[in-house]
Design a protein around this ligand. Structure first.
Ligand code: HEM
Length: 477
């Protein structure tokens, strides 16, 4: 009995000291000007309110209310950790530029498990550098290569041909098919009509659903299905690598996989992971952006007409339906503004996840080591003190591109700046060329607007009433 009392007394003292320690730490942090805010409920904090879906061309109630109550930088408790949320573009830039010195990528557990330990988004240090170099060399080689431009055009035209007899299309699904087929063809030389392409698309859809699921590994849950789908995707890619090594070669013109296999600096697992990163990075984000542009153009007839004029002029300069080249792409200045404005208004990526690895002081704010840090891009993109009439889709505001780029950062920044940014813009510009020249459209339902779930989706899949313009059939090489 005495022993038990002693143990209880000991535990009580330990508890008191721990509480004292924690309160001392918090007191120290308060003195150091920890941003104000609310820590919400025990355990889940404010995560549910933070993740509540809202129109992606709005900040959402959570951010709006917290910013007006606590200011642009506030504390909270999110994704199981105390967190600093930043809606201040200067702090966002500081966080991204101090990657690995003061901050580190810190994605939620389901994302980490589904992406796999070798994913670029998760890795850091030397491994990140090695994998990123491979990705950057692929993208640099692809983006302006005549073969790639030809492929984008061919796939755009073929998709638009398939709509000829239709009056209605679920556009978001079509955009996803376009971007995935393109990446699978460019990376692995798999043609869209091959059964393997369907298998990859199916596994990818399951994989994507796992990102925002609860990390409960019970057969049947979205999380468990996503982890399995990733394993299958990885095995598919490794199977293709082995096939090539044994020289069971398919008739192909040389693709990305050939390029990295020739380098021989990556293991099987690393190669498969890089391929999945590129598929993941290049597929959904680009499809969302195409759908956002189509959505905004559907509500902005003046912008549509100006865009069409630009593409008519480019098309006129091409004799005999010649394919578009890099110089044509560089002439698409208004298109460039339309793409950037759609990213500002529509917010493909709402935020990125970081953790402070040291105590950080920025301006007046104290960010404690170990806390989660969330730079919210959407807030700066829609801030009325930074943009006049921020909810208006107005590509002409991008005339001063340099000034706008300081306030809008859809591709992140610093060491992790999106390596696919230019590739996405090339794909989208060529796709838009054929779209605006061949079709007009109306958005069928008023309630089919972009929603941040927080990944962007359309409640009805962005159903369009389409009408062919018969102006031009385009390049069919
Ligand atoms: C509209 C299109 C796109 C948007 C808005 C976008 C956005 C982003 C953002 C914000 C990041 C930074 C993530 C972070 O800091 O944690 C990122 C990283 C990345 N993106 Fe993109 N992206 C797009 C298209 C692409 C494309 C086409 C590819 C590849 C073909 C790609 C591949 C990647 C990869 C591999 C990373 C990880 C980079 C690293 O951690 O070093 N993205 N993207």
């Amino acid at each position: 009995m005495e022993d038990l009392l002693l143990v209880i007394l000991f535990l009580f003292i330990v508890l008191c000291f721990s509480l004292l320690g924690v309160s001392h730490l918090f007191a120290k942090q308060e003195r150091k000007n920890l941003p104000s805010g609310s820590m919400g409920w025990p355990l889940c904090g404010e995560t549910l309110a933070f993740l509540r879906p809202h129109r992606s061309n709005s900040m959402g109630n959570f951010i709006q209310q917290h910013c007006s109550r606590y200011g642009k930088v506030f504390k909270s408790h999110l994704f199981g950790s105390p967190a600093i949320v930043s809606c201040d573009p200067a702090l966002n830039l500081f966080i991204l530029q101090n990657e690995e010195k003061l901050f580190q990528a810190n994605y939620p557990k389901p994302m980490v498990d589904v992406l796999g330990r070798l994913s670029l988004l998760i890795s850091s240090g030397e491994l990140h550098k090695k994998l990123r170099n491979v990705v950057v060399s692929f993208i640099t080689a692809s983006k302006s290569a005549p073969l790639f431009l030809l492929l984008v055009e061919k796939m755009s035209v073929s998709m638009m041909d398939s709509w000829k007899e239709r009056r209605k299309i679920a556009f978001y699904k079509e955009a996803k098919k376009f971007t995935l087929d393109l990446m699978v063809r460019n990376l692995l030389s798999i043609e869209p009509e091959e059964p393997l392409a369907f298998k990859i698309l199916e596994d990818f859809e399951t994989y994507m659903k796992g990102f925002v699921s609860l990390p409960i590994y019970i057969p049947g849950t979205a999380y468990a299905k996503a982890v399995k789908a990733r394993e299958r995707l990885s095995l598919t890619v490794m199977g293709i690598i082995r096939e090539r090594e044994q020289n069971i070669s398919r008739d192909r013109e040389g693709d990305f996989l050939d390029v990295i296999m020739a380098k021989q600096s990556l293991s099987y697992e690393e190669t498969a992971s890089v391929v999945l990163d590129l598929l993941l990075g290049g597929y959904e984000t680009t499809a969302i952006l195409i759908a956002l542009i189509v959505y905004f153009l559907g509500h902005a007839p003046k912008v549509f007409e100006r865009l069409k004029e630009e593409h008519q002029a480019i098309r006129k300069s091409k004799e005999g339906g010649k394919p578009l080249n890099w110089e044509d792409y560089q002439k698409m200045e208004f298109t460039y503004n339309v793409i950037h404005e759609a990213m500002r208004c529509g917010n493909v990526v709402k935020m990125v996840h970081r953790k402070a690895v040291k105590d950080v002081i920025f301006k007046d704010y104290f960010i404690p080591s170990g806390w989660k840090v969330l730079p919210i891009f959407t807030a700066a993109h829609l801030d009325p003190t930074l943009h006049e009439n921020p909810s208006e889709f107005n590509p002409w505001r991008w005339t001063d591109h340099k000034e706008m780029s300081r306030k809008v950062m859809p591709f992140g920044g610093g060491l992790r700046f999106c390596p696919g940014a230019e590739l996405a813009k090339v794909e989208i510009s060529l796709f838009l060329h054929h779209l605006v020249l061949n079709y007009r459209w109306k958005i069928k339902d008023d309630d089919d607007f972009p929603v941040a779930y927080p990944y962007v989706g359309f409640p009805r899949g962005l159903v369009l009433d389409i009408e062919g313009t018969e102006e031009l059939v385009g390049n069919k090489n």
